[in-house]
Design a protein around this ligand. Structure first.
Ligand SMILES: NC(=O)C1=CN([C@@H]2O[C@H](COP(=O)(O)OP(=O)(O)OC[C@H]3O[C@@H](n4cnc5c(N)ncnc54)[C@H](O)[C@@H]3O)[C@@H](O)[C@H]2O)C=CC1
Ligand SMILES: O=C(O)[C@H]1O[C@H](OP(=O)(O)OP(=O)(O)OC[C@H]2O[C@@H](n3ccc(=O)[nH]c3=O)[C@H](O)[C@@H]2O)[C@H](O)[C@@H](O)[C@@H]1O
Length: 465
């Protein structure tokens, strides 16, 4: 089966970059990314590449190369569905905020809408690819909708979860550890799997393209995110013990990471993991386990989330207790708001919870983040609904200059590990702060010895002295 025309529904953090790379690597395939969000599509079509809706290093170059050649962004969803041989579904699958499974299960309404739209529009056989992260066995629901509401055309459903991490999306897409494709084990299913294998094979070595049954593929995605988040919660749990015992978490991480069975990656203690997926995917896993009556399994994974909440809480508690048990009326400068460096994404960022806690203690916060705009920061706080919008705006300011953000502050909290923070003129910052000048390094990126020699009182996650 030779794929000539691809449609991707959902032009978000996954759909946009993933399709840009497919288009770049497969110039013979027309790739159309569609979305109902007109502003987002307009931004993907912006002449000024710095205005793309997703900031990822290297993405602008790829979009520049492929856009208008064989990569298109459009709001004409029906047209793109009709023309495509293969349709990726890459819409959001947030945690449900209502009804059964509220706060735990994945909300599949956007997925179902896509399935119904495809069923309505499709007049020729199509391969449907689940790119969104979905609960195990979703493919059977999609298949049932397509088969029962469609125009009697044949659909093959594949699961092809995405493992890219934000901030390194382009590198991850160009050199994936593996590409996972799950499909039906019938001859037609095998043909569909091979059609997708052939696309990736344009740039991914064949041995890195793994094919499985659909359920293994769907469940592997949730499992991968659960294992990754579990490593962060594990190292964060040890960071608290380090602070009590005088051990240093970076030294511990290095020592255990040299064991090849453990490995060195994903062992950086932090103020807590964020991002749109770890929490939602683990909650979803917990919900699925509970729905099968597997309560011990559910409790085990839920602990990863509870530990993460604890880490954020104790970071803000430590700021309050260190600043003589009150931050009321004190200025605290936040360096970073994004959930990790090299992205403008703030979803579930630890900074949001830490800010909310400190604002409840009447602190005055000034935020500087190299990529996050003020509207986003206020929207993140507003979403929590802890206080009025006016109050958030009164207590929290956003600055586009780090030195200005730190001026007159009692303390600095490092919430994101942006590289540029390491290069600042810390003498200059110190001179213009209230004394004692505190730094709470939630990412462990700054140099303790040089900061202490300047005069700062420096606290790092995971070191006790
Ligand atoms: N953000 C990430 O780094 C990763 C996300 N994922 C998964 O990929 C999926 C998508 O995530 P993101 O790209 O971050 O979400 P996103 O929220 O950035 O993008 C989803 C897009 O889908 C659009 N959409 C929703 N319903 C639609 C419909 N019926 N028709 C057309 N467009 C529609 C929305 O307007 C939105 O622009 C989720 O399941 C997520 O768990 C997987 C790996 C990495
Ligand atoms: O499904 C998804 O959405 C994606 O989720 C994560 O990617 P992402 O959330 O973009 O970023 P990560 O690099 O995994 O970081 C997640 C959070 O953990 C934190 N983290 C990560 C690593 C570490 O050692 N310590 C640590 O605190 C980061 O600062 C960040 O807040 C996974 O790494 C991807 O494989 C997956 O595709």
């Amino acid at each position: 089966m030779n794929i000539k025309n691809i449609c991707c529904i959902g032009a978000g953090y996954v759909g946009g970059p993933t399709m840009a790379v497919i288009a770049q690597k497969c110039p013979h395939i027309k790739v159309t990314v569609v979305d109902i969000n007109e502003a987002r599509i307009a931004a993907w079509n912006a002449a000024d590449l710095s205005k793309l809706p997703v900031f990822e290093p290297g993405l602008d170059k790829i979009v520049e190369e492929a856009r208008g050649r064989n990569l298109f962004f459009s709001t004409e969803v029906d047209k793109a569905i009709d023309e495509a041989d293969m349709i990726f579904i890459s819409v959001n699958t947030p945690t449900k905020t209502y009804g059964k499974g509220k706060g735990m299960a994945a909300d599949l309404k956007y997925i179902e809408l896509c399935a119904r739209q495809i069923a309505r529009v499709a007049k020729q056989d199509k391969i449907i690819v689940e790119k969104s992260t979905l609960p195990v066995r979703t493919a059977s629901a999609i298949k049932s909708i397509l088969d029962q509401t469609g125009n009697h055309v044949q659909f093959q459903i594949l699961s092809n979860p995405e493992f890219l991490a934000e901030g390194t999306a382009v590198a991850d897409l160009l050199h994936p550890d593996r590409v996972l494709i799950g499909g039906d084990m019938s001859p037609e299913g095998e043909k569909a799997i091979q059609a997708l294998v052939a696309i990736y094979a344009h740039w991914v070595p064949k041995e890195n393209i793994l094919t499985t049954n659909v359920w293994s593929s769907e469940l592997s995605k949730l499992t991968a995110n659960a294992f990754l988040a579990q490593r962060v919660s594990s190292i964060n749990a040890m960071s608290e013990l380090c602070e009590k015992t005088g051990a240093d978490i970076d030294e511990v991480a290095k020592a255990i990471g040299m064991d090849s069975r453990i490995g060195p990656k994903f062992l950086k203690a932090s103020v807590g993991f964020g991002g749109s997926c770890f929490k939602k995917d683990i909650l979803n896993l917990v919900y699925i386990a509970k729905s099968y009556g597997l309560n011990a399994v559910a409790d085990y994974w839920e602990q990863v989330i509870l530990m993460n909440e604890h880490q954020k809480q104790r970071f803000s508690d430590n700021i309050v207790s260190t600043l003589y048990n009150t931050v009321s009326g004190k200025k605290i400068a936040f360096l970073g708001w994004a959930f990790k460096k090299d992205t403008n994404d703030t979803r579930e960022s630890a900074a949001i919870k830490v800010a909310d806690n400190l604002l409840s203690e009447q602190a005055e916060i000034t935020v500087f983040d190299p990529k996050v705009v003020a509207e986003r920061i206020y929207a993140d706080l507003e979403y929590l609904n802890t206080r009025s919008i006016a109050e958030n705006k009164k207590l929290l300011k956003v600055s586009n200059n780090p030195y200005e953000a730190c001026e007159n502050a009692h303390a600095i909290a490092v919430l994101t590990e942006w590289d540029e923070f390491k290069t600042y003129d810390w003498n200059r910052i110190y001179d213009r702060m209230q004394k004692p000048a505190f730094i709470f390094d939630g990412r462990g990126i700054l140099d303790k010895i040089s900061l202490e020699s300047i005069g700062f009182v420096y606290y790092k996650i995971g070191t006790g002295d």
